[in-house]
Design a protein around this ligand. Structure first.
Ligand code: UDP
Ligand code: MG
Length: 332
């Protein structure tokens, strides 16, 4: 039988979009040739969305499960809550504002059936304001560079994940996260497909500029300690230039006389720059420790074990497990 599917949708003040969203998702779900469920998470809405979700679960028993959070925890935390309460072998996420057409879900599932662990999507003809498209183009290229994963649109939440990738994400203890980036850390085969994109059907975006900037920091810090490392390199660069400057001053002084070196004033500058650089290096060193502490408190699984072949004296972990513990000892 084909793997079951959970469609997971975070909802924050989407009263006007919910009737159409639910109708279209249910319609798509019923045409899938596999067991499916729709998980709707109310992320602290104040516009009556939560009551509508409760109602929807009653209207579609066995198809819709509604999870109501007591306040607003943010889109990605709401999705993680959905994952934790979903049963499917495959999880599909999308936005509640109908920017991601639910009709594209079968395309994602076809890619999952082809053996991919994570299927992302690229918004063909993205319907957002220019500033946001530009901003997200820059962010996407930074992510591509630092992860080496050639995905082009991390912002599009119309995505599918295999269960074991979701399980690994659920084991992570971090509070601020960015699911599409996190998923790629645990996925072996990743692909992306083009999907349609619509303008928001009704209501306003839930992201103010401040929230959006904050989200980008979540994305960055969930992926890399690079900015901390940058301090060391910048500091090292400044100090090295200061040493070069000092050598130049020394040369000018010896060859051309003291007035060429500003009678010692520039010497002070070169000493000052050296110490400014050294301070950056010191900060960067501290950053290396902070980065490692940050990695530790996240308690991400160290690995996902796919398969164990052969039996020895050692205890054999079950198939497809996700591990944080040190591996079982095997006979040498
Ligand atoms: N969302 C959420 N909690 C929040 C903000 C957003 O659950 O704090 C949901 C929202 O209901 C929508 C999705 O996350 O389903 C994306 O939000 P939105 O469409 O406002 O973001 P944009 O498309 O402007 O990036
Ligand atoms: Mg939107």
């Amino acid at each position: 039988m084909k793997s079951s599917v959970s469609i997971v949708i975070p909802v924050h003040n989407e009263r006007l979009n919910l009737p159409q969203l639910i109708e279209r998702c249910v319609k798509v779900g019923r045409t899938l040739d596999r067991p499916w469920e729709l998980i709707l998470i109310d992320d602290g809405s104040r516009d009556g969305s939560s009551e509508m979700l409760v109602e929807a679960a009653k209207t579609y028993p066995g198809e819709i499960k509604s999870l109501i959070l007591n306040r607003n925890y943010g889109q990605h935390n709401a999705i993680l809550c959905g994952f934790a309460n979903a049963q499917g072998d495959v999880m599909v996420t999308l936005d509640a504002d109908l920017q991601n057409p639910p009709e594209e879900i079968p395309k994602l599932l076809a890619a999952i059936d082809d053996g991919y662990d994570v299927v992302g999507s690229v918004r063909a003809d993205r319907q957002d304001v220019f500033a946001r498209k530009l901003f997200s183009g820059i962010i996407n290229s930074i992510v591509r560079r630092s992860t080496g994963v050639q995905m082009h649109d991390y912002g599009c939440m119309l995505r599918a994940y295999k269960r074991r990738v979701v399980d690994a994400m659920l084991q992570c203890r971090e509070r601020s996260t960015f699911i599409p980036v996190l998923a790629n850390l645990f996925a072996k085969r990743v692909t992306e497909i083009p999907v349609a994109h619509a303008a928001r059907a009704a209501g306003d975006s839930n992201y103010s500029v401040i929230k959006l900037v904050n989200l980008q920091f979540d994305l960055l810090t969930c992926m890399t300690a690079g900015p901390l490392r940058l301090l060391t390199w910048v500091g090292g660069g400044i100090s090295a230039m200061a040493i070069g400057f000092a050598m130049l001053l020394f040369f000018l002084r010896v060859v051309l006389g003291s007035e060429w070196a500003g009678n010692g004033v520039f010497t002070l500058f070169s000493i000052l720059f050296f110490f400014v650089g050294a301070q950056f290096v010191a900060l960067g060193l501290m950053g290396e420790y902070v980065g490692r502490i940050h990695a530790d408190v996240r308690e991400r699984p160290r690995y996902i074990l796919d398969n164990v072949v052969g039996e020895t004296l050692a205890e054999v972990p079950s198939q497809g497990s996700v591990g944080n513990a040190t591996p079982a000892r095997t006979m040498a």
